[in-house]
Design a protein around this ligand. Structure first.
Ligand SMILES: NC(=O)c1ccc[n+]([C@@H]2O[C@H](COP(=O)([O-])OP(=O)(O)OC[C@H]3O[C@@H](n4cnc5c(N)ncnc54)[C@H](OP(=O)(O)O)[C@@H]3O)[C@@H](O)[C@H]2O)c1
Length: 291
């Protein structure tokens, strides 16, 4: 039996990893590493076999007991954590000290290209410490439409971003979670690989907005703004500065980059096509249409 610790368990991807891991017919014991166990128990009320441990990236005192007896880790970087040296260096050292060598790290497509992005730093920390890893590098989450962008969509009927005509590759988090679960279970087959996982469509926000409008009743608009204007709008709305900067980097920089590569990894792994945008929008129609 393998004890598998899932960090970010209550978040978008962590939840899906757990959902798919519980479907795999093997003797894994799944442990959700969470800041608030009571809150997590509520999120996972349909998962009676899930175990919980108190784990906080920002509280080093939680590392020792959370990692005790763990064989494999699904590791992610929560979006608010950007000081990698401060939080991930001690964590990776502790993981090494505990002889846990199997880490599936949720990275990002293109992480290898820039030494300054947090995911790149974490990947290097893991490999430089001699731990076995799988770096799972997904493209742009379809669920950004139903999480970070949903407030503008529902209240202003707009997607406001500094993205111009930049094309993003759109992936469904369910596909990432499913892949993450299989990679944790069959770690040895994929170890020490960096794997890009993408959907099949590279589309800009104008095209995605048109697609959304063809499927919902209350139309939305795409408003392209320059980064400074975006910063001012979001600051006025109360978004924290670090988050605005992450939003700008994520949405503005692709204007100067090549179109994302499309990977067939998900299909090779599962024998299925990844979710397409039309299917995703139809699935999330109620939330996107709500005003
Ligand atoms: N958005 C994209 O298009 C995209 C694309 C590629 C890669 N990524 C990467 O994906 C990652 C985010 O994944 P996600 O969307 O699943 O994240 P998410 O939904 O924002 O979830 C974050 C998770 O981390 C937990 N968390 C936050 N701070 C914590 C702390 N101090 N200690 C312990 N747990 C903590 C949260 O738990 P609580 O319930 O306690 O808050 C939550 O479970 C990021 O690294 C991002 O860069 C994103």
């Amino acid at each position: 039996m393998n004890n598998i610790l899932i960090t970010g368990a209550t978040g978008n991807v962590g939840f899906e990893v757990i959902r798919f891991l519980t479907k795999i017919d093997s003797s894994n014991r799944i442990v959700a590493g969470v800041r608030n166990i009571e809150k997590a128990k509520n999120v996972f009320k349909d998962y009676p076999d899930l175990a919980y441990t108190h784990f906080d990236f920002e509280d080093f005192d939680t590392f020792d007991s959370a990692l005790k007896g763990i064989d494999k880790i699904f590791l992610l970087r929560p979006p608010p954590i950007s000081d990698i040296d401060k939080y991930f260096k001690p964590l990776i050292s502790k993981i090494k000290e505990k002889n846990i060598t199997q880490i599936v790290f949720l990275s990002v497509q293109g992480a290898e290209k820039s030494k300054v992005i947090p995911h790149n730093k974490i990947e290097r920390l893991i490999s430089e410490n001699g731990l076995d890893f799988i770096f799972l590098r997904p493209s742009y989450f379809m669920q950004n439409l139903t999480t970070t962008l949903i407030e503008d969509i529902q209240t202003k009927r707009e997607i406001i971003l500094p993205s111009g005509n930049a094309k993003f590759n759109w992936i469904d988090i369910e596909n990432i979670g499913e892949a993450g679960a299989i990679l944790l279970d069959k770690f040895g087959d994929y170890k020490n690989q960096a794997i890009e996982i993408t959907g099949l469509e590279n589309e800009n926000f104008e095209t995605v907005t048109e697609l959304i409008n063809s499927l919902i009743d209350n139309p939305i608009k795409y408003r392209n703004v320059n980064p400074l204007k975006f910063f001012r709008i979001k600051k006025r709305e109360g978004m924290v500065k670090g988050m605005i900067i992450v939003m700008i980097l994520l949405h503005f920089l692709p204007r100067f980059q090549k179109e994302p590569r499309i990977s067939d990894f998900y299909e090779r792994l599962t024998g299925k096509k990844p979710t397409d945008l039309k299917t995703f929008i139809e699935r999330e129609k109620e939330s996107i249409d709500k005003q």
